[in-house]
Write a protein that binds this ligand. Structure first.
Ligand SMILES: Nc1ncnc2c1ncn2[C@@H]1O[C@H](COP(=O)(O)OP(=O)(O)O)[C@@H](O)[C@H]1O
Ligand SMILES: [Mg+2]
Length: 293
């Protein structure tokens, strides 16, 4: 599967054609049951979870990002981003290159400071908490560059993370079960792993601390289509364990297969929030902000 986003320059600033431009807090996703289309394998699992989430319209969000503004120097990159993720839910954050997706994730985990607005996690204000504390509070972060060390073995990567998370060795065994490929490569060094294996290891490592929310920055990037399917199926299994997911993707098809709700960003602003079905019903949003119709 190649990236499904054409790189068109300069999307219009205002979502003129959008019927429903900004509705970050509207619990529309919960009210409208998702009609699953083709349900096979991971899709079936994800669809089952979608229905489950849809049954809990009033459940309090696990993560609430409210009107955050983030700058790089004088450059005002995030201009009032709001979104939430409910327990057990998968939210896909989509948008073209440079839309502000990575900056949103980095702002949530305090790798880039938020200048205005708040980030609440599990009822606590984490806007200005240090990253290591946020991770300890229950957010797993899988960065875009995967952060794999070439001279550490798979085993060592996992052991270091296990130690940092202060978890017993049984937790490693639990996580490894979700990643059959990783379990076969325990003594391989980082540099010997394929891109897909590195991505799996990066996700496995983030899961060791038993996060309630896993956030991932373009896990499908640079991977062959068959491996993208494998990553998608792995994330469906992770979701099946009850872990909430905030997924940044340029691979719209992969993200929509997993997501209960979708947030579309452009130029540091939310242009759409809704279910995958609601996005399907608004081709102008897909065309304008994602480059697909
Ligand atoms: N370290 C940085 N310094 C200055 N500008 C940056 C930095 N990182 C990203 N940007 C700018 O911020 C905007 C959003 O970037 P980013 O969040 O990486 O977008 P996305 O992940 O959606 O591709 C872009 O215009 C990008 O050029
Ligand atoms: Mg990015």
């Amino acid at each position: 599967m190649s990236k499904s986003v054409r790189k068109k320059p300069a999307a219009p600033k205002k979502p003129v054609a959008a019927k429903k431009p900004v509705a970050p807090k509207k619990p529309a996703a919960a009210k409208k049951p998702v009609v699953a289309k083709k349900q096979t394998g991971a899709k079936k699992l994800a669809a089952a979870k979608k229905v489950e989430t849809a049954k809990q319209p009033d459940v309090a969000p696990l993560l609430t990002v409210s009107d955050i503004h983030t700058y790089y120097g004088d450059s005002h990159v995030l201009q009032g981003v709001s979104l939430d993720v409910k327990p057990g839910e998968c939210v896909a954050l989509l948008g073209r290159n440079g839309a502000g997706k990575t900056t949103t994730l980095r702002s949530i985990v305090s790798l880039t400071p938020v200048r205005r607005g708040t980030v609440m996690f599990s009822g606590a204000d984490i806007t200005h908490s240090p990253t290591h504390r946020i991770i300890r509070e229950g957010i797993g972060y899988v960065p875009e560059d995967r952060g794999i060390f070439s001279s550490l073995s798979v085993h060592e990567h996992l052991d270091v993370a296990l130690w940092a998370a202060k978890k017993p060795v049984e937790r490693r065994d639990e996580v490894v079960k979700i990643f059959p490929r990783i379990s076969e490569r325990m003594e391989h060094f980082g540099q010997q792993l394929s891109g897909g294996e590195q991505q799996m290891l990066s996700i496995a490592r983030a899961l060791l601390s038993e996060p309630r929310l896993l956030i991932l920055d373009e896990p499908s990037e640079g991977l062959a289509p068959i491996i993208v399917d494998e990553v998608r199926d792995t994330l469906a299994r992770v979701k099946g364990t009850g872990t909430s997911i905030l997924l940044v993707e340029q691979n719209v098809a992969m993200a929509l297969a997993l997501a209960d709700r979708v947030v579309v960003l452009s130029q540091g602003m939310v242009q759409f929030t809704g279910t995958p079905d609601e996005l399907e019903a608004q081709p102008e949003i897909k065309d304008t902000y994602l480059g697909i119709a």
